[in-house]
Design a protein around this ligand. Structure first.
Ligand code: SAM
Length: 275
């Protein structure tokens, strides 16, 4: 395991993923009853943007810093911008979720990399509703489902350094659908070059309703190595969440894209295979 999220913290893909995540947590808080948030690939939780990894790639310059320079911001982004980046620190999904949660909500974090796990444990110290685990995400997640709260969100945000990642993801999601088909699942996929990680490889599993987001900052080309976009798959999207996400993502695309010919999209799908 070589991947360290510190090299990419606060990049355009983090901005997209974390703003969508906050909208979903906000939706879950509209009900008084508690929810459970599970982050299967949690990372360190908090990243110092002046530290060497981030300085080496300067990805945050094209992500969170670019966004922070634009003013005024749309109201919907205010919560994210107020908590995600304070001084030199950028918060990852675990701390964003912890900061937004109510004491009654339960947060389960998992991270397999030993150093990231230790950093994560330290970074969430003091949150009494947070538990941290050091397991393999794909064997850990199905065993947790369904959560006792019977409502909540699972974030699956892999590093994609394992050649078998998609196979693990498909096998894991298939089990999750048997154990908790009503759950809300947000899955992040990279778009690189000719795109090896296709959302439709996951949707073959068969979900009653799902939403897909494709967000490109550059046009696909074999000459453009590296990350040129990202996809999000949201299984069981809340009613009309797309109408909230649309203006938000459109604004983010206006700020973050590098190539005018690139595009973004949001679509809601229903699967006729499911009865
Ligand atoms: C993209 S980063 C997570 C970023 C984090 N979710 C955020 O948004 O702030 C992916 C993380 O998954 C961890 N990881 C990789 N393979 C894993 C596995 N099989 N089980 C659990 N964690 C894993 C990596 O060490 C890395 O920290």
């Amino acid at each position: 395991m070589n991947y360290r999220h510190g090299f990419h913290a606060g990049n355009f893909a983090d901005v997209v993923k974390h703003t969508v995540l906050l909208q979903l947590l906000d939706y879950l808080q509209q009900k008084a009853s508690p929810y459970c948030f599970i982050d299967t690939h949690a990372g360190d939780g908090c990243y110092d943007l002046t530290a060497l990894p981030t300085q080496k790639t300067l990805e945050a310059e094209q992500g969170i810093y670019r966004l922070l320079m634009m003013k005024p911001h749309p109201e919907m982004l205010e919560q994210y911008l107020a908590i995600a980046c304070k001084e030199q620190n950028y918060l990852g999904s675990p701390l964003l979720a912890a900061q937004c949660s109510r004491p009654i909500d339960r947060i389960i974090l998992n991270e397999k990399h030993p150093e990231s796990y230790l950093a994560l444990k330290k970074n969430v110290q003091g949150y009494t509703n947070v538990a941290v685990h050091e397991r393999d995400a794909y064997e850990f997640l199905p065993a947790l489902l369904p959560p006792k709260e019977k409502r909540g969100l699972v974030l699956i945000d892999p590093a994609f350094e394992d050649k078998q990642e998609m196979q693990h993801l498909i096998a894991c999601l298939t089990q999750c659908m048997r154990r908790w088909p009503q759950g809300l699942y947000l899955i992040w996929l990279p778009i690189v070059g000719r795109n090896d990680y296709k959302v439709r490889d996951l949707t073959h599993i068969g979900f009653e309703k799902y939403l897909t987001i494709e967000f490109y900052i550059k046009t696909p080309s074999i000459d453009a190595p590296g990350l040129i976009g990202c996809s999000l798959l949201l299984i069981n999207p809340p009613w009309q969440i797309e109408t909230q996400l649309h203006p938000l993502l459109d604004y983010l695309w206006q700020v973050l894209h590098k190539d005018q010919a690139s595009t973004w999209s949001i679509k809601v799908h229903t699967d006729s295979k499911i009865k």
